[in-house]
Design a protein around this ligand. Structure first.
Ligand code: NAP
Length: 358
């Protein structure tokens, strides 16, 4: 299976087989075609406490690289095991209490047509009402949006008029964080790589300023766009840009450590930020977040974000690759920095009518 960006235009609906992606070899630094192996097996049967689901959409997270690279003793995916992740699926047959045939669920499943789930995983399986499309449920209203929502509102705790800078601003989390910050009345500057992303951020999202780190000097542009410094830096990348932001932090400034895509898969990792002492001079705060810690409050965030999507204040940008067979190439796109918006893979449409919320 070639790691091409070309998605098939039509989703094949397999009948008797379960197409799967297995982990063939642990990635060393970067993801390649040879890390994965295509397999076909029988559709599994759920036991007590399990449900058989038809997988519909995969939400790809850069952190999945860590689970592929880690040894089994460190909690990594076994070699030869099905690559797993964050998926939207439909329940086909259930022996799992609380889940019924037709339910739309988001949670841990495999890069495969059908999975047997037990409702557990990094996050427990969550049911979504039938009026939320599965791509939205697993994308902007999934972990991606939750990291953005709670990172901005709970970790950064913004005040209207403050200056907010976000890295990987055209990515899944970054684009949502930037828009939530705008909704809160902040002045938002996005940093992204390439003209297409920067044009989208400036002209469609309407950010107050954009910096193309590939063609511009980030420090110089931050000085121009944030002459009084930065109140909040929302970091998804964790490289030299973090250092540039740290030295421009205003008094009581905050750095939200959401992710560090530039560091994933690097062993040993590069040295940490050299300008961290700026936190002392600014009485600043650098704080991480793990979206799953806010699980009990996901419904609140989903309700707020649905409202913003309906009113047009929040654009849910998706970068969709169609076809399970293209999942590895879709994953590699994020590390090639090609995705604009949330990187998703469409596997199939729901085979059954979606069951209204129960
Ligand atoms: N804390 C949490 O609970 C939580 C939850 C979800 C995600 N995250 C983290 O949030 C971050 C964003 O996740 P996402 O799913 O929205 O992914 P994303 O930002 O859409 O991911 C890919 C983007 O990262 C940038 N990038 C990739 N490799 C890079 C490198 N080597 N150096 C610099 N930039 C690179 C590229 O954008 P540009 O070239 O435009 O910068 C690329 O398009 C990730 O670090 C992820 O692990 C955290």
């Amino acid at each position: 299976m070639a790691l091409s960006d070309e998605g098939a235009t039509k989703v094949r609906m397999p009948t008797e087989i379960n197409r799967q992606w297995l982990l063939a070899k642990r990635p060393e630094g970067k993801v390649e075609e040879t890390n994965f192996r295509w397999a076909e097996s029988a559709i599994p049967t759920p036991g007590d406490g399990q449900a058989l689901v038809r997988n519909l959409w995969i939400s790809l997270h850069p952190t999945a690289l860590l689970a592929m690279a880690a040894s089994e003793s460190q909690g990594g995916i076994p070699i030869g095991g099905v690559v797993g992740g964050d998926l939207a699926s439909q329940v086909i047959e259930s022996r799992l209490p609380g889940f019924g045939r037709g339910d739309l669920v988001v949670g841990f499943a495999g890069w495969e047509d059908y999975s047997v789930i037990d409702g557990q995983g990094f996050l427990p399986a969550r049911k979504f009402p039938s009026d939320i499309p599965p791509n939205l449920a697993v994308g902007t209203l999934g972990v991606t949006g939750m990291a953005a929502y709670f990172g901005v509102l709970e970790v950064a705790r913004p005040h209207p008029g403050e200056t907010f800078v976000v890295s990987a601003a055209a990515g899944g989390v970054g684009s949502v964080a930037a828009q939530i910050a705008k909704i809160q009345g902040l002045r938002v500057i996005g940093i992204a790589g390439g003209k297409e992303k920067c044009d989208w951020l400036a002209n469609v999202v309407g950010l107050d300023g954009v910096i193309d780190y590939r063609s511009e000097d980030v420090g110089q542009r931050l000085d121009e766009l944030c002459p009084d410094g930065i109140d909040i830096f929302f970091d998804n990348v964790g490289d030299a840009v973090l250092d540039e932001a740290l030295v421009r932090l205003r008094r009581n400034g905050r750095v939200v450590v959401c992710g560090g895509t530039s560091r994933y898969g690097k062993d040993p990792g590069p040295p940490g930020p050299k300008n961290y002492l700026a936190l002392s001079m600014a009485s600043g705060r650098m704080e991480g977040l793990l979206a799953k810690d806010y699980l009990p409050r996901f419904p609140e965030a989903i309700a707020a974000m649905r409202g913003w999507i309906r009113s047009g204040q929040l654009k849910s940008k998706e970068d969709v690759v169609v076809g399970l067979e293209h999942a590895p190439s879709a994953f590699a796109r994020m590390f090639a920095r090609a995705n604009v918006g949330k990187q998703l893979v469409k596997i199939a449409d729901p085979p059954l009518p979606l069951r209204p919320e129960s």
